[in-house]
Unconditional design. Sequence first.
Length: 308
Amino acid sequence: MYAGWMIILFALAGTLLAGGDADGDGLDDAWEQQMLERFAPRLMLSVGECDVMPARFAPDEAEPRPLERDGTLYGQVLPWTGGEEGALVEIHYYHLWANDCGRLAHPLDVERVSVLLRGPTKEAPVEEWRAVYWFAAAHENTVCDVSHGAKAEWLKAEMGGATVYVSRGKHASFLTRQRCGNGCGGDICQPVDNALTPPRIINVGAPGAPLNGAVWTASKKWPMREKMGTDFGPAVISRLDSKKKAASVNDGLIPLQSLVMGGEHTLRGLGTAGNHTDSSLQKAEKATGNALQKSAKAVGRFLGIGKK
Ligand SMILES: [Ca+2]
Ligand SMILES: [Ca+2]
């Protein structure tokens, strides 16, 4: 009996000392929250944004249900084990929308910006951490994917959040305003004067171990679960290291995007062309040359290329 009580007391003391790690990722949850607050990006929404602001979603529901479009940001802090020496963690900031109301519109929209951070030790206080690289997702898993990254030093965003331009309606994220418009020419970034001030940043926890009722991260209604892995794989890191400025992480798609833009059939044209093209674009894969070839054929068919 005595031994049983001692085990419970030790367990309680351990929890209090550790501050709690309810998502089981080895990182103290209170520390995670401090990191989320410190490195939160400055989101520059566009004038005339048709879905107003990112939304807050109902907690403890299996499917995402927007409650209020109030600018809530969601975050995820994950240990990074990419092999490099030192203490590294990665943060994903999700701006989740009730609707993508741009061309090829759809309900529910998962968008994100990520950052890799280095600290002197794993236990170092929040103020001793520095951002190393930033990543911004833009039209992921479509032919128009222009996701990109940059060194935090170049962005002057080592000590706090990067400035991020969010395209109107589509909500693609861009680390420089100049890059907005690269994604098949369909994006518009006309930032309003003030950056979005999120009323709260909610930690979603880890895959399979949600925090704060974010059980909808696993919902099949939107592609959120697959965005919770690392954005800083070896290929991305070496690419960002080799470039002075911001760099695309999917260069293989650029010729195809040029084809779409060069043919004067921008995303605007494609978006109004009907479901066939929409589906060809959405289903196009980025991984292999074979998939690229298929995508090129799909777009080529639409543009009338190769039909003589
Ligand atoms: Ca944790
Ligand atoms: Ca979108």
